[in-house]
Design a protein around this ligand. Structure first.
Ligand code: PGA
Length: 248
């Protein structure tokens, strides 16, 4: 019932030229894939060449952040409205690196989710616990707080357009993956929280797992009942690796 979503997050990697070269290599590798959505979230500066490169293909492009105000004196920011103008359909919100290095909070993620939806963009809200929180048994409390606050005030109809990504911070870029059982447990907690907050629409909301997803561990993670796809950092930079994950 939920179409799997395989999303790449390039972070601060690849110039426009490198982005173009990636898509040239990647498109033919996945062109026959049906029944899955494929997305690459690229640096702002790569958006236009990437959107151009995936035209008429089964691949979509997204941004990694966006400001909630339409415009204004916010040096260095790009608004959701601007993303809409260049026909960027997706945006990642509240990635743990944004929370850790750029001071994003549950409150700012809530502003961003709302602004994304108001501009017709599809937000991917990221949540996840630190190693310390996991070891002290606070994982569920942390992620429940993050989605409850980050999704506050949405209607059921709006919630349908949101994707949630569970990314344990200790698994990002470290080569340590959550076991498929641990990842499934947290994703199931997230789904039941969405159910409590929004009702039956929780069955339609996609929940992704992210954190050191690689071609060899993707099949087991993606086989879990509450994991509807992956958010892939490092392994999405290589066309061959990401194509293999998409085919999992
Ligand atoms: P990783 O990153 O796959 O390199 O661990 C995932 C992410 O941060 O989205």
């Amino acid at each position: 019932m939920r179409t799997p979503l395989l999303a790449g997050n390039w972070k601060m990697f690849k110039t426009p030229e490198e982005a173009k070269a990636f898509f040239q290599e990647f498109l033919p590798l996945v062109e026959k894939i049906e029944g899955k959505e494929i997305l690459l979230c690229v640096p702002f500066i790569d958006l236009q060449v990437s959107i151009e490169a995936v035209k008429n293909s089964n691949i979509q492009v997204g941004a990694q952040n966006g400001h909630w105000e339409k415009e204004g004196a916010y040096t260095g920011e790009i608004s959701m409205e601007m993303l809409k103008q260049i026909q960027c359909p997706w945006v990642i919100i509240g990635h743990s690196e944004r929370r850790e290095y750029f001071g994003e909070t549950n409150q700012t993620t809530a502003f961003k989710v709302r602004a994304a939806l108001e501009n017709g963009l599809k937000p991917i809200l990221c949540v996840g616990e630190s190693l310390e929180e996991r070891e002290s048994g606070k994982t569920n409390e942390k992620v429940i707080g993050q989605i409850t606050e980050g999704l506050a005030g949405l209607s059921e109809e709006e919630m349908k357009k949101v994707t949630v990504a569970y990314e344990p911070i200790w698994a990002i870029g470290t080569g340590k993956t959550a076991t498929s059982e641990d990842a499934q447990n947290v994703c199931s907690v997230l789904r039941s929280t969405i159910q409590k907050l929004f009702g039956e629409v929780s069955q339609e909301v996609r929940i992704l797992y992210g954190g050191s997803v690689k071609p060899d561990n993707a099949p087991e993670l993606l086989a879990q009942p509450d994991i509807d796809g992956a958010l892939v950092g490092g392994a999405s930079l290589k066309a061959g690796d990401f194509a293999q994950i998409v085919k999992s």
